[in-house]
Design a protein around this ligand. Structure first.
Ligand code: NAI
Ligand code: MG
Length: 359
């Protein structure tokens, strides 16, 4: 439906970050403005130039009151952070991780599916019909700040890193995955490693069995992460929804993105399902310093992340419209070099806007 008589307004924080974030984020805001005109959505962009340049000037990735600036927005659209010369743990822990944790974005949602003409490195028979979603736990697990180092530089040097798994944290991310599976093809696989990791992973499995009992409509399976990784390459189409801890989900989703064809098209959503805080939408890729400034960054990962944002805002029609415009443009062969084309970021952006207007 077009030209609706009520306009819905959204305050969206637009954070390009670094590198190609400055190319793909503006592409997405232009496309979303065009989509908004068509569907009666008014995006009020709140641009923030935070990231590594800001860090070089001020010594921090974002201002002290950044979270209170973001809190009243309806969603956060982020490009990518990271730049040569700034250690990656500084940029990650200075911006992305505080936003994910303080806003309790405990679900990291990463769909992987084949887009038209985007070549998978796997043989076509093996990936035909690939359509899976990884639900990664996003605020606890293996990525904790509990631990320490002792006896630095000596031959007795020790490094200890604790994992944190809580019943509340594991249950809620699994419940989200069960609900999602029930709305899709009804199957949920759990990534575990309870043969090698003897406390946290058997606990993970127990909570999975407990939550499965509360969701009898969903068929479940579980795999050790090593075998699961092999299956992602050998037989990825058997999966519908996969739930994984923070570390396992991180690794699996890069693998899923590679199997689906390119890191440049993969989207992600950091979601606070209770909507107490804004959720954050960002492509899976990083700031790609090797191609930054050349105008050839693939905007599809950022655009698909915008689709996830629209779904979260419950703008289903606009979300479906944008996804099919992206797919048509790829099907027309308008593609950036990373997926085998010759188009620029600008070409793809303009083509998507034209496609939206043509329907
Ligand atoms: P990367 O994803 O930035 O780049 C990996 C390779 O993929 C590069 O060859 C790059 O040119 C290509 N690539 C990535 N996105 C592309 C796109 N949209 N279009 C065309 N080609 C694309 O990963 P890398 O090189 O490991 O990291 C670069 C920086 O990004 C580092 O500082 C890293 O910490 C940061 N990073 C940030 C992330 C985030 O903001 N969530 C995620 C991953 C990395
Ligand atoms: Mg990763």
């Amino acid at each position: 439906m077009t030209n609706q008589d009520t306009t819905r307004t959204y305050r969206i924080a637009a954070l390009p970050g670094d590198g190609i974030g400055h190319e793909v984020l503006p592409a997405a805001t232009r496309v979303l403005d065009a989509l908004g005109t068509k569907h009666g959505l008014d995006f009020r962009w709140e641009h923030q130039e935070w990231g590594c340049e800001y860090y070089r000037r001020t010594g921090s990735m974002m201002p002290e009151d950044a979270l209170s600036i973001l809190a009243p927005t309806d969603a956060i659209l982020l490009g990518a952070v990271g730049a040569p010369g700034v250690p990656d743990h500084v940029s990650l822990w200075g911006m992305l991780i505080p936003i994910r944790r303080e806003f309790d974005q405990y679900v990291n949602l990463r769909p992987a599916r084949l887009l038209p003409r985007v070549p998978s490195p796997l043989v076509p028979e093996r990936v035909a019909g690939l359509d899976l979603v990884v639900v990664r736990e996003n605020v606890e697990g293996e990525y904790s700040r509990i631990g320490g180092r002792l006896y630095g530089g000596t031959e007795h040097e020790i490094a200890v890193q604790e994992s944190v798994f809580t019943r509340r944290g594991v249950s809620r991310v699994m419940d989200y995955a069960f609900d999602l599976a029930a709305r899709r093809r009804g199957s949920l696989a759990s990534a575990t490693k309870s043969n090698g990791i003897v406390y946290t992973m058997p606990f993970w499995d127990e909570v999975f069995a407990d939550r499965a009992a509360a969701h009898p409509d969903v068929t479940t399976s579980q795999y050790h992460i090593d075998a699961l990784a092999a299956l992602f390459a050998l037989d990825p189409t058997r999966f519908d929804v996969v739930v994984a801890s923070n570390l396992f989900g991180d690794i699996l989703t890069d693998l899923a993105a590679a199997v689906a064809g390119s890191i440049g098209v993969a989207p992600s959503a950091n979601i606070n399902p209770e909507r107490r805080f804004p959720s954050m939408f960002e492509p899976v890729h990083g700031s790609a310093p090797d191609i930054a400034g050349e105008g050839i960054a693939n905007p599809v990962g950022q655009l698909w992340s915008s689709v996830l944002m629209l779904t979260h805002l419950e703008e289903t029609e606009a979300s479906e419209d944008l996804m099919s415009a992206i797919e048509q443009v790829l099907d027309d062969g308008v593609m950036t070099p990373d997926i085998g084309g010759t188009a620029s970021t600008e070409d793809v952006t303009t083509a998507v806007i034209e496609r939206l207007g043509a329907r």
